[in-house]
Design a protein around this ligand. Sequence first.
Ligand code: PHE
Ligand code: NA
Length: 446
Amino acid sequence: MAREKWGTKLGFMLAAMGSAVGLGNIWRFSFVAGNNGGGAFLILYLAFVLLIGVPLLLTEVSIGRKAESDVVGSFQKLAPRTPWYLTGFFGIASAFLILSFYAVVAGWAIFYLWNYINGSFFTSPEVGYDGAFGQFISHSWHPIAWTAFFMILTIVIVLSGVKKGIEGANKIFMPLLALILIGLAFFSLSLDGAAEGVRFLFQPNWAAFSEPSIYIAALGQAFFSLSLGMGAMLTYGSYLRKENKLPSAALGIGIMDTFFAIISGLVIFPAVFAFGIDPSSGPPLVFITLPSIFEQMPFGGIIGMVFFFALVLASLSSSVSILEVPTAFFMRIFGWSRFATSVLMGSIMFVMGIGVSLGFGIWSGVTPIGERNILDSMDYIASNILLPLGGLSMALLMGWYLKRSVALEATDLTHSPLGSLWYFIVKFVAPVLILLIFLNKIGLFL
Ligand code: PHE
Ligand code: NA
């Protein structure tokens, strides 16, 4: 069977940008920045996106395009008769971990959309927005039902196939989300006390740089937000035709994704300080901040409705790329149909998601790693450890296993002056930085 391909390069770009832009830019970026002191985190995050993220994005997509296989099979093809393919299982594992909590949070977003459609969030409920949110996420089955709804949407898109289901779904709604966010940022910046939020986001507290966990948080956020290290971008790359040029595509995706994150920061943090919300509230942060912004805006109810609609679509185009990773792998090794594979994988993730959701209710006392609840623990292992390890393996494959000329050709950099820079980064800079950040976190430099 011939491998499915994107219709056009634009099709690939839309799908890849759709994968990158999602809850990571708005929900995850805000709470990770809030937990890690704002400005210092932002500097590290931006540095990692530029220094490691964009070069590795190019690396990952190129590996997929060259090997024309999934995250495990690509390593088998490019490094045959070596155990390299085993690192592909970091990607499969992180897909299960990440989608099972991603679907829970996306379910929260659909619940908010519903509350803007029926008008109940137009004005603050009696218990306040934070009270209403707290009641909702701790309910035994309401959030699970919304998670199921989101997972079904994801599965339906994936089982319709890469081209039909994924390509082009975001043509209208990504620009719309960008427009709403820019408008919201202006409004948020006009609130009383907004300046403190701007300072929090842009003015680094230099003492924070001595804290090892901020480096790993910034690295994890760069990987998560760029959809890097899991094999999602690799799998999308495997549906590319050879003639597409990749370096500009990688840079474009990096810029776009970072733009969404910074604008979200400019929406959330001025409002956080204006409304006296704690910036380190963790995962609930945007869900208690955003409705308070909408409540203060003229036509806020309508804007909130359109915003959450666009957010749900952005989440869908990301979740689809995550589900595609194990789907492509299991379809190949067992020869199952796309239909059966995506339904089975999505169902397993949904069951895991039930546990994540209960972690905000009856299982709120369950803290697998340190003080972290179930969502935070799964996120920590997947985003801060498995994704960087997956990226490290891809960098080493390109920088050390393949010949330099082969690597440059795979990335369309043979005749580019940027070729040497990219090669130096994947060979030395990115692997060394990732290892240093890990060792630093383990406490080697204390
Ligand atoms: N990048 C997506 C987001 O920011 C999430 C994602 C992570 C998608 C890993 C694919 C792989 O929402
Ligand atoms: Na992102």
